[in-house]
Each structure stands twice: as C-alpha cells, then as structure tokens.
Design a protein around this ligand. Structure first.
Ligand SMILES: [Ca+2]
Length: 413
C-alpha cells in the first residue's frame, strides 16, 4: 500500500510537470499538427484495456486524458485553440482535458481534436460494432454548446471523415453526452473497419475576435452491439453520383491527396446563393498559409468520389456544376482514373477556366474517358479540384454530380 501511495505521489508530480510542459508547448503543437500528416505508428500492444468502470461494464474506455504521453499523440485541427491536462472536472482517473476552443470563423471548419487509433492507448481500429460513444463534458460557458463526434477513416490511399453526430450541452453544466451512431448510414459510405482517428469537434467562432470557449472533457468510451448492419440501404437516385443535399453524403468524398499536400476542408452548404439544385451543395475551402510545399501563387486542392458505375459505356458523360467564389478566374481540374494504389488522379483530366463569382458547368464524356485510357468497367475515382490561392481564404462550391445517358443541354465544352 505504501508503495502504491508513493507511486501516486510520483505520478502527481509528473503530471504537474506534464501539464505545464504541454501547456507551454501548445502553440507549437497546434502549428505542427496543422501541417503534419497523421502519425500512425504500428505499435501493437497485447495489453487488455483494464479501465472499465464497474458500474458501466458495457462501456469500454477509449481515453481518460490522464498522461502527457497519451495526449501528445492527439492532433488539434482547424485553428483549434489550446488543450491541456487539468485536475479540474475529472470524471475518470484524476485528470481531464481542458479545452480552450477557437476555430477559424472564416473557414467554418469545426475545431477538432483527432485521437489516433492503432496506438498503445487505443488498439481498436474496427468500429463496426460500436453503436454509442460517451463523453463527459463540463461546458464552462454561459451559453448552450454543441459537441460533435466523428471518425476519420482510411479509404484506399486516402482518408475520409464520417458524418458528425451532434449533442448539445447547457450553459455551465456537466453531463455525459451520448452520441448514437447511425451505423447503417456510415456503412453505406465508409469502411468502419478502418478507423484512423476518433474525433471530437466544436462549433467555430462565428466572428472575428470572439472570446474563446472553455470545456473540460473526460472519460471517452464506447459501447457495442451485436445487431448486424443493414447493408441494403441505398441513398442515391438513379444516375446520381452526388446530389450534395445532405451533410451525410460528405462521407462519400476523400481528399485527392494527403492533407499535407492538399490541405482543404469540405463541408455542407445550405446558403441558397451557392446551391445549383436541390437543398444543398458542397463547399471546399483552402487552408491558407499552412506551409504547403511549393511557392507559386496557387496550389491544387480537391476531393474525389467513387462514382460506383458498373460500366461507363452505358452513359454518354458525367457532369457537375462548380461555383468559383472569387473575383478572378481560376483553373479547375476535373480528373478521373481507375488505377489502384495511386493516391493522385493521373489517368486524365480536363483543365478549364472557372468564371469569377459564377457557376460553370462541366461535362466529361465517356468518349473522352476512353481516349484517356480509363477502364470503363473500373472507373474508380472522379475528382474535382481547383488551383486555389495559397495565402488568401477562398472557397469553391460544387453541386449536382450526375451520370448522363444522353448529351446534356448544358454542355459547354
Ligand atoms: Ca481522466
């Protein structure tokens, strides 16, 4: 017993030091995390997770934010703010994670903590059986706040986020938030067996110089179910590649490249000025000044989708609309490929000008795909990417991505 007490004292001393250290390092940490690729290590631990509370035997701990070694692997994204280990408002173990949340009001990308899997702390990467996520939160603000849970998943050579599940928490309250995951929906778009990060997000600041918001979080855990996933769900209409009418459909899209090389954020837009058809469109914004390799005035960012078409020769073309929210003409790159194991579309592309502050219709014919060597029965990816300004905030929107059986009336090139 004496030995145990001594160990606790030592640990406390270590934690105090760690708290200071992590806090002091935080600015650097945030900057590095924005620029750095996920650090996925191949450490495989055979230790079972022993930290399941006795009164919650159906819940398994993911993290309790106890040690510096553990939290240093977490990434703070999208101008997050700060995070540090705290001894206040702990609900599991003796420490919580104190968050000072900012988020860039221009990008509207949620400030996010990304917690890596496949580590000695979280071995689990297959989350197929996980139906609920639990997080203890103390909302130290005078207003109701929303907290989001999502996954980042491996998808071929790229990554894709799952949709965000939201929970609200009242002002100056502590609560256990329960995120009920729609496994059927997620399974339609992403591979739940390949989770790279579990992510906790918050709303962005909504205006310039908005005061930071404070939260304490602890005791992130999950429960599982034996219910099978319903894989008969079909969310697309005939000949529709992407309607952009639901935030859930964002899951179908992957970054064209590693974040480091093509840093951008894709999000759901409901502003009717930027919708061509239906109830929504997708917005892509750049992440200016992130030290991307290269020095030109623009760099290429974009997102790609598997069109899930069995034979492209059944169609005349695919098409989409794109809005360039900028006062100058920019270059679009509509690329397509069928190769596997290559994370950048190399099979062919259309480059064309995007009119300033206007919609442009883009149609790529099957004839053109065939002429560029695309295997019509294995048309894996189509991507929509734009050469965006390197240092200035910028957005483009796209909508109504369809397969067309006949030449469409909008054809412009
Ligand atoms: Ca804890």
């Amino acid at each position: 017993m004496k030995k145990y007490r001594f160990f606790v004292l030592l640990l406390s001393a270590f934690m105090t030091f760690s708290t200071l250290f992590f806090s002091a390092c935080n600015t650097k940490q945030t900057k590095e995390n924005t620029n750095r690729q996920p650090e996925i290590t191949d450490i495989v631990s055979v230790q079972p997770n022993p930290k399941t509370p006795q009164n919650e035997t159906d819940r398994t701990l993911l993290t309790s934010f106890e040690t510096y070694d553990e939290v240093v692997n977490m990434r703070l994204l999208n101008s997050f703010g700060k995070a540090q280990i705290s001894s206040d408002h702990a609900t599991e173990g003796s420490h919580s994670f104190k968050l000072t949340v900012n988020g860039n009001y221009i990008t509207q990308a949620h400030p996010t903590i990304a917690i890596p899997t496949k580590t000695e702390y979280i071995e689990k990467t297959d989350f197929t059986d996980v139906d609920k996520i639990y997080l203890d939160v103390y909302n130290a603000n005078d207003s109701e706040q929303t907290v989001y849970f999502s996954y980042l998943l491996k998808k071929n050579a790229a990554t894709a986020p799952s949709s965000e599940t939201a929970c609200t928490i009242g002002a100056n309250q502590s609560a256990t938030l329960t995120f009920e995951l729609n496994r059927d929906l997620m399974n339609y778009f992403v591979d739940l067996e390949n989770v790279l990060f579990v992510r906790i997000s918050f709303d962005c600041a909504s205006e310039y110089m908005q005061p930071y918001r404070n939260f304490y979080i602890d005791n992130l855990r999950y429960s599982t179910t034996t219910d099978p996933i319903d894989d008969s769900v079909n969310l697309r209409k005939e000949d529709e590649i992407e309607s952009c009418d639901s935030a859930d459909f964002l899951m179908a899209w992957s970054n064209i490249n590693q974040y480091t090389y093509a840093p951008s954020v894709i999000s759901f837009n409901k502003d009717s000025r930027y919708i061509k058809e239906g109830t929504g469109s997708f917005r892509v914004n750049n992440v200016p000044n992130t030290g991307v390799t290269g020095t030109g005035p623009t760099y290429n960012v974009g997102w790609k989708i598997n069109p899930k078409v069995s034979d492209m020769r059944d169609y005349y073309s695919y098409s989409f609309w794109i809005y360039n929210d900028c006062d100058q003409t920019l270059k679009l790159r509509a690329s397509y490929h069928y190769s596997t194991g290559v994370n950048y579309p190399t099979q062919g592309s259309e480059e064309l000008d995007l009119k300033p502050n206007d919609w442009t219709y883009v149609e790529v014919t099957t004839e053109h795909l065939l002429a560029n060597g695309v295997n019509p029965k294995n048309f894996n990816w189509l991507s929509i990417s734009v050469w965006v300004p390197r240092t200035v905030p910028y957005s483009f929107y796209f909508d109504a991505v369809y397969l067309n059986k006949t030449p469409s009336e909008h054809k412009e090139f």
